[in-house]
Write a protein that binds this ligand. Structure first.
Ligand code: SAH
Length: 272
């Protein structure tokens, strides 16, 4: 459509690509809450906190773009199109995503779609499940004397031999997102490249929710342990010595510190 000089300027809205954290409202940032408060449209999916959206975004039309039984998910290009379409008619569109938008979240594709359409867009970082979900199970990804690095990897597709080898040799903590289905490939793959069979592994399902559950095993047992426990997505897999710090039931902080000190001592003995 051609615009004539006499036509009013088209109302241009804006988009906010907001991280919603791992699912608990308490882990939404102040910036995400402010975006929701001023939203005209919220596009959300099941990984983002959505139970109280009507309250947090009182003026917004709420659109579920995620997969739910009996509902068709909207694909990524469809989501990009919805953001642009609503912003073009003047709306403040909030795309609320699970965790952080830029950690395996396709947030950058949504930002590029806005840029391509000339829609002003900002990104609000979120609390990523890759760190927060292990923390909710009492697992720090780093701990002085145990490890000083962690790697976050997507298990959406199987890892290739090079990746398995480098991960196994790099050491440190390995965090796998979307790894429930590929665990039977990843665990033996890491073992094949030299990661110790006894390396502890934790799988935390539905982290930061009342249904959070942790299954702990070792590299050589975890595939069977996960199968026995009926582990299902969404879950974060943590591989590494820090798993030994996981809360055992209601261990007190003092017990955890004590356990950490004993673990540190064991590791430094092993290293000498
Ligand atoms: N952008 C998100 C990750 C998207 S990939 C973030 O930063 O957290 C989706 C994967 O994240 C899931 O398959 C699962 O591995 C993990 N995940 C997200 N929320 C989770 C939760 N509450 N509990 C366990 N795993 C979660």
């Amino acid at each position: 459509m051609m615009l004539r000089m006499t036509d009013p300027a088209p109302a241009l809205g804006r988009a906010t690509i907001a991280g919603g954290g791992p699912g608990d409202d308490a882990l939404l940032t102040a910036a995400a809450l402010e975006a929701l408060r001023t939203a005209d449209v919220v596009l959300y999916d099941r990984l983002a906190p959505h139970d109280r959206l009507a309250e947090l975004a009182p003026d917004a039309e709420l659109i579920d773009v995620g997969k739910r039984p009996g509902h068709h998910p909207v694909d990524q290009s469809g989501i990009n199109a919805l953001i642009v379409e609503h912003a073009r008619r003047g709306a403040h569109v909030v795309r609320l995503k699970g965790g952080d938008p830029y950690v395996f979240g396709r947030g950058s594709e949504e930002v590029l779609a806005c840029h391509a359409a000339g829609i002003p867009v900002v990104v609000v970082p979120g609390v990523t499940s890759s760190i927060a979900v292990p923390a909710a199970a009492g697992i720090p990804l780093t701990h002085r004397g145990i490890t000083r690095l962690f790697t976050v990897v997507s298990g959406h597709a199987p890892l290739d031999e090079d990746e398995l080898e480098h991960l196994a040799k790099l050491g440190g903590t390995i965090v796998v997102l979307m790894g429930v289905n590929t665990l039977p490939q990843i665990a033996p793959g890491l073992a094949r490249h030299g990661l110790g069979a006894g390396t502890p592994v934790a799988i935390i399902e539905r982290g930061c929710s009342p249904e959070q559950r942790t299954t702990i095993g070792s590299l050589d047992s975890i595939v069977v342990d996960a199968h026995t426990a009926g582990v299902a997505s969404p879950a974060v897999v943590v591989i590494g010595e820090v798993v030994r710090l996981a809360y055992a039931g209601d261990a007190t902080a003092a017990e955890l510190v004590d356990r950490a000190e004993r673990l540190g001592a064991t590791l430094s003995t092993a290293a000498t």
